[in-house]
Design a protein around this ligand. Structure first.
Ligand code: ADP
Length: 178
């Protein structure tokens, strides 16, 4: 599925984000940046040691990446040039700023993309796996935050935003919103 929003194509794809050829794919990382399960493990395995080495450097200088923030590395052997690592909130039943933090993941990833002239960025469904964010709540935050960013940044160079969704339930929740 694909729509046009403010001159930007926003598309949904059922698939594996490590196979996507974008300028940058986004990783749902953890704050240590040392890799983990889910999409994080898949990206580190497919991208090779370059990603891990650059993450170690970032973690050493900044102490890691808190929830809501984003950092960037090369894509190593992935088809995409860069990986933007952002850390979603762990969902504990709301009331812990989860929605704001999740929204910040998308805003900070897109801001970082714009600072590197990245035109095509592809996101996974941040926080809805191991971090337990209900996808029915996370999907509207993801889609609406991306749209709000594009509305409030008319000079953004981002021409294509993808959501690469790993299973049918996740896809259908994003489809409802988009
Ligand atoms: P988090 O810890 O932020 O919840 P997860 O990686 O556990 O991150 O899950 C986030 C989403 O990414 C889930 O919908 C999960 O099914 C999905 N996912 C896992 N592997 C991949 C992959 N290779 N490509 C795209 N999405 C993936």
């Amino acid at each position: 599925m694909k729509i046009k929003y403010k001159n930007t194509d926003i598309y949904l794809l059922l698939g594996n984000i490590t196979e996507i050829k974008a300028d940058a794919i986004v990783n749902a990382a953890n704050s240590s940046l040392m890799g983990g399960g889910g999409v994080d493990g898949a990206i580190h395995r497919a991208g090779g040691s370059v990603i891990h080495e650059q993450c170690i450097k970032i973690a050493k200088t900044s102490g890691g990446c808190p929830a809501g923030e984003a950092v960037i590395t090369d894509g190593g052997s992935l088809p995409s040039k860069y990986v933007i690592h952002t850390v979603g909130p762990v969902y504990r039943g709301s009331g812990n700023n989860e929605a704001e933090l999740l929204s910040l993941c998308y805003i900070n990833s897109m801001t970082l993309a714009d600072s590197r002239d990245i035109r095509h960025i592809a996101f996974p469904s941040i926080s809805t796996g191991i971090y337990s964010y209900p996808v029915s709540l996370a999907a509207p935050i993801a889609v609406n935050t991306v749209k709000d960013y594009l509305s409030s940044h008319p000079d953004s160079g981002i021409s294509t935003v993808g959501f690469i969704l790993f299973d049918n339930k996740t896809y259908s929740e994003y489809e409802k919103i988009l």
